[in-house]
Design a protein around this ligand. Structure first.
Ligand SMILES: [Fe+2]
Length: 157
């Protein structure tokens, strides 16, 4: 018979994975806000609004990931120092790319997040026997896939 709760070591491993995912979400949220503030050029208003819509989606996701860490029984990090330490995405202080470079950079970051999520889904399911987390992360990956697709459509094919 299946156990009612996951073993502690699986919860810890999943929580650590979620901390990395949360950190990248916060970094990507911040980058998207920065681009919302600084975008300029012929598509200013469209991109200004597009980025606002995207950081809004990330904000919702951040809260869900953060609370999921808590549901696994662990404290959720909530400082920029920790997000930068545990995340894998890179910031670019002092850099203000043109609009097409902004779109490319964000799309690239969303693709990296999707790759991280794919690995985390596989490990949740296969190593930690946690279909709930795998399902949660699959939903999240689907949202990033849609954002990435939207950003790709703005670039030359
Ligand atoms: Fe704004």
């Amino acid at each position: 018979m299946a156990k009612a709760t996951l073993p502690q070591k699986d919860k810890k491993a999943i929580s650590d994975m979620l901390v990395g995912i949360l950190s990248d979400a916060v970094i990507l949220y911040t980058k998207t806000r920065k681009f919302h503030w600084n975008v300029s050029g012929p598509s200013f208003m469209e991109l200004h609004k597009l980025f606002e819509d995207q950081y809004g989606q990330l904000e919702t996701a951040i809260d869900e990931i953060a609370e999921k860490i808590n549901k696994m029984g662990f404290n959720t990090p909530g400082t920029m120092a920790e997000f930068l330490q545990f995340g894998s995405l890179k910031e670019a202080p002092g850099k203000y790319p043109d609009q097409i470079a902004m779109i490319r950079e964000l799309q690239d970051d969303h693709e990296k997040v999707i790759a991280t999520l794919r690995a985390a889904i596989k490990s949740s399911d296969e190593q930690h026997n946690d279909a709930l987390t795998a399902d949660f992360l699959t939903d999240l990956a689907r949202q990033h896939e849609t954002i990435s697709w939207t950003l790709r459509r703005y670039q030359k094919q």
